[in-house]
Design a protein around this ligand. Structure first.
Ligand code: A2P
Length: 274
């Protein structure tokens, strides 16, 4: 498992545990079980309502805090300079941590018109050592272009919905051109039938892997960072075991052909999440 180096030099593990929609109690168990099994990146958000459990899980794992990459996301209702600082304070308090490894703006919420001001606050948070790296989630190229034009600081991460049924090729290619790491939410295509796709089942059977592993390996080989959620330890182990083998170019192309425009498909230009 080789870490990625983000554009600001921060090192980040190549795969992490997603925690939506785990409750606090479920997260505490899942996060500690995942860390014990080798996970080193945990993803949460204020709006998942489980930061307390995630923080307890990190502690309960017994692994040094410095060895774990913890990231959370700032919700729409906390956009704005002072609100962003208050929001981070709440996150750190709930998690029982004194810094985050990555802090992301969850959605641009363009109708509020506050994401630029919020981004300026994140830049200060990083300068103050409250967060090690700063990024965004669900930001379209036009939103990121504005941040860069106005502040000169490019987000290191853009977390978007990405899986074989919804590949976001242009969006991911924009991220790559700007040296922004694409993280995948719903990497296993939750709420679609991706895990039951016959082409994936065939590849999986041919190489003695599972469909989930084939999907995650396709994402890893595209240099994306998947954040699969599972509350089951066997699946956690399965999902992490995608670094000691490869898909062939032909298998990669077969999966490329699965693009179907299926998924949650929220358009960040209009989708509002508070
Ligand atoms: P569970 O927690 O019961 O394992 P996402 O794409 O948002 O990460 O969601 C993944 C979904 O697929 C979750 O509902 C998770 O449920 C399930 N899942 C996670 N890993 C696997 C796996 N290896 N095989 C089958 N289902 C999985």
């Amino acid at each position: 498992m080789q870490n990625h180096t983000l554009r600001d030099g921060t090192s980040i593990p190549p795969l992490g545990l997603g925690t939506y929609p785990l409750s606090n109690a479920e997260s505490e168990v899942a996060v500690s079980e995942a860390i014990v099994r080798g996970y080193r990146l945990i993803d949460t958000a204020v709006n998942y309502g489980n930061e307390v459990g995630v923080g307890k899980g990190v502690l309960r794992s017994g692994v040094d805090r410095q060895e774990i990459f913890v990231q959370s996301k700032l919700p729409g209702r906390d956009h704005g300079h002072d609100s962003a600082f208050r929001s981070l304070e709440g996150t750190l308090k709930r998690m029982g941590l004194d810094y985050l490894d990555a802090y992301l703006i969850h959605w641009p919420n363009p109708s509020q018109g506050l994401y630029l001001e919020t981004w300026k606050a994140l830049i200060q948070m990083q300068e103050q050592g409250l967060v090690r790296t700063i990024g965004v989630s669900n930001f379209l190229p036009e939103h990121i272009d504005l941040l860069v034009k106005e502040t000169g600081v490019t987000p290191t991460i853009n977390q978007i919905e990405l899986h074989p049924y919804s590949q976001k090729r242009e969006w991911a290619s924009y991220n790559r051109q700007k040296a922004i790491l694409t993280q995948c939410w719903s990497p296993l295509g939750r709420k679609t039938r991706l895990l039951k796709d016959p082409s994936l089942a065939e590849i999986a059977q041919n190489i003695g892997r599972t469909p989930a592993q084939v999907i995650l390996r396709w994402e890893v080989q595209k240099a994306h960072l998947p954040l699969p959620k599972s509350a089951h330890t066997r699946r956690m182990e399965e999902n992490l075991d995608v670094f000691s083998w490869e898909l062939t170019q032909e298998q990669m192309s077969t999966i490329d052909d699965l693009e179907a425009g299926l998924g949650r498909g929220f358009d960040p230009a209009t989708h509002e999440e508070m």
